[in-house]
Design a protein around this ligand. Structure first.
Ligand code: KIV
Length: 268
């Protein structure tokens, strides 16, 4: 019998080892088959199915209303589009904060039912036991410190986090608990660099400067497709909003004037 070929070539140990090799990690948040497939084919190291889909896909003001079933649905779509990259699924608000047992059960659903390779959860010191429970059961965990959007009300908004001592303690707690990587969001570049030097696991920055071991951006943000909000850290690699609007305007005009569909789009 031939050995089973793993369905993806980026593994958690390999992702982690990128730090030692000194190769920077490129991660994209995507929510569906098409954007995940394009990102994977273009060579990202990981696709994160982020609960930012609450804002970007659902049009909600925060990620707080996103449910585990919604994350499972989107993760399944992403998994179908990815051949090579690691797929990491976000655990939504109140699916892991209640107890380590709850965290393990719900992380297990993202792995078993949705096909994610790893989960991500927000918080540092206070999430140590939840991270450990998942890792002990064989579920790889990516942590998330700094601006943790699920704590938006506690933090008083989507603000840059500047308490270096606390941020370092949070990141170190994640590493100690067994996380294989940590997202560092909206943190001054010098603090993120210090955290990166202190950890042996890779840091994935978003709004955290160039000193991190990798970067993550949301697909819709970098393509210029999300008009509601553009944080300073977003670089637009394309302006697809203009392209899409022009295409739809042209389509409307052609339908109204009767030039679409043409003979080449019609069956005889
Ligand atoms: O939800 C998300 O997309 C995220 C990334 C921006 C890190 O958590």
């Amino acid at each position: 019998m031939s050995a089973m070929v793993p369905p993806h070539s980026m593994t958690v140990p390999e992702f982690r080892a990128s730090k030692t090799r000194g190769s920077k990690l490129a991660v994209i948040t995507a929510y569906d088959y098409t954007s995940a497939r394009l990102s994977d084919e273009a060579g990202v190291d990981a696709v994160l199915v982020g609960d930012s889909l609450g804002m970007v896909v659902q049009g909600q003001p925060t990620s707080l209303p996103v449910t585990l079933d919604e994350m499972i649905y989107h993760t399944r779509c992403v998994v179908r589009g990815v051949r090579r990259a690691l797929v990491v699924a976000d655990m939504p608000f109140l699916t892991y904060q209640v107890s380590p047992r709850q965290a393990l059960r719900n992380a297990g659903r993202l792995i078993k039912e949705a096909g994610a390779h790893a989960v991500k959860l927000e918080g540092g010191v206070r999430m140590r036991a939840a991270v450990k429970a998942c890792v002990d059961a064989g579920i790889p965990v990516m942590g998330h410190v700094g601006l943790t959007p699920q704590a938006v009300h506690l933090l008083g908004g989507f603000k840059v986090q500047r308490n270096g001592e606390q941020l370092l303690a949070d990141a170190e707690a994640l590493e100690e608990a067994g996380a294989f990587a940590a997202v560092v969001e909206s943190v001054p570049a010098e603090i993120a660099k210090k955290i990166t030097s202190a950890l042996s696991i890779p840091t994935i920055g978003i709004g955290a400067g160039a000193g991190c071991d990798g970067q993550v951006l949301v697909f819709h943000d970098m393509m210029g497709l999300f008009p509601d909000f553009k944080p300073k850290f977003v670089k637009r690699y394309a302006n697809l909003d203009e392209t899409v609007k022009t295409a739809v305007e042209t389509y409307c005009r052609e339908v109204r004037e009767g030039t679409f569909p043409g003979a080449e789009h019609s069956y005889r």
